[in-house]
Design a protein around this ligand. Sequence first.
Ligand code: SAH
Length: 340
Amino acid sequence: MSVADYMRLCLTHPDWGYYIRRDGIGQNGDFTTAAEISQMFGEMIGAWCGHMWTALGSPAPFNLVELGPGHGTLSADLLRAATRQPGFIPACRLHLVETSPVMRSWQKQSMAAHEEKITWHESFDTVPHGPLIVIANEFFDALPIRQYIRRANGWHERLVASRMNKLIWDEGQTDCTNAIPVILQQAVMGAIFERSPERESLAEMIAAHITRNAGAALIIDYGFQGPELGDSLQAVARHRYVDPLASPGIADLTSHVDFSALAHAAERRGAKSHGPITQGKFLNDLGIGIRATALRRARPDKAEDIDTSLSRLTAPGQMGELFKVMALTAPEAPPPPPFR
Ligand code: SAH
């Protein structure tokens, strides 16, 4: 099977999928997200949403869509911060795109105060029309990718096969050179190129909503500006990297996001893309430092924790540089803060 089919089965198979069966988020799980590190992350995004909603002309009602909300921490912090924007909360309809029953029950709990506003969706396809703001933190990295490998006789799709009850890497026969960007076609033997039709088609769908109904989207993830070569498929269990073929459905399986591919996809549907900029720059320019100072003053006993979280979120050696932020808007809209 293709790497894409393997990823899809590992993550979302109705009985055995990682996200269906496991709660991987947090210290006792497999990985931690920015939203779980500090309330400041969701609060900054709440301030951004409040600004964008006003810039859109304060539409009421409007749809606030979170893709893959995990424990619901980001949205809960976002909504608390956005109460400062008069009219935002009453106008807001929450649409949570989530396949996992375990995660849905977390979200129900963390957003209990807003339960009557929530509609859950299996996928973005069913989000209703109307002005919208979309937030996706560490969601695109979980959508399937395809991989291609350079050989003497062209490029071949990388496959996952089973031999003697063990999963192994394999390769397709067909020459897939046409799927590779021209500037990368002459890469060294053994080079790998990744592409994600699913991520691109989701970016197209979001863009189509924005151009048709007015709105904005904020996409945050680890990634790069392609086209680029490299094998970024990674499996993580208990906060450690493991072999992606060793424990299907038990380890989290993701890959780095090519932000250029998402931008091009969104632009094909008439939206405008902004960034990507680093997560460090995004949070610093939005004023996370000021928020940290206020929190330190309110909770001097927690000052050390606040400083540690601030640097985990923004420092270059931590999440500050690997994680990138991209915004999508209508073509005529000015660049949203802090994109220039
Ligand atoms: N955004 C959250 C959690 C990220 S983990 C945070 O920042 O903490 C990825 C989330 O996406 C989980 O909630 C997972 O259940 C969900 N998810 C993964 N693949 C999905 C898919 N194909 N469709 C819908 N939800 C998915």
